[in-house]
Design a protein around this ligand. Structure first.
Ligand SMILES: [Zn+2]
Length: 164
């Protein structure tokens, strides 16, 4: 019963079927996600919300470290790939290898590429093709979907992906 509710909520408002159409390694009921996340994290990660630009302290965070998924802890981005896009959202030129997945998002009369955590399906943001070299990509992320571990390296962060 909760799964049905979860599926309906997560698919709401977008043609993207991110969290509902697939089984992710970390799968929780809607109730469990609500308990685990803050209301704003829940709105963004589980309901494809977008935080207000300029509200995340991580936007101005440029120290070395690794950005993890706030939903399941999966390491997602190295601070090395972070740049100031001037948008008010934390922006990266590339994710860590094999840590995120994308989907087509046709909500709000636009076609955009949605980005979510490969492990829990949590919505992170969108990727655009106007980023800096060498990738030319701009991963425009919601800071509330991310958890920053200062000083961590990608090599240190990867084993943590095996733990919930
Ligand atoms: Zn996740």
């Amino acid at each position: 019963m909760t799964e049905g509710l979860f599926g309906r909520l997560s698919g709401r408002g977008a043609s993207s079927k991110t969290a509902s159409a697939k089984n992710f390694e970390v799968a929780m009921s809607d109730e469990e996600w609500r308990r685990r996340l803050s209301p704003e994290q829940y709105r963004v990660l589980r309901q494809h919300g977008t935080e207000r630009a300029g509200t995340s302290p991580l936007d101005k965070q440029y120290g070395a470290g690794i950005f993890h998924c706030a939903g399941c802890g999966q390491p997602l981005f190295d601070a090395d790939a972070k740049f100031d896009s001037g948008t008010g959202w934390p922006s990266f030129s590339a994710p860590l290898e094999d840590m995120v997945e994308t989907d087509t998002d046709r909500s709000f009369f636009m076609t955009r590429t949605e980005v979510h955590c490969r492990r829990c399906g949590g919505h992170l943001g969108h990727v655009f093709e106007d980023g800096p070299k060498p990738t030319g990509l701009r991963y425009c992320m919601n800071g509330v979907s991310l958890d920053f571990h200062p000083g961590e390296t990608a090599a240190e962060a990867k084993p943590a992906a095996d733990k919930p």
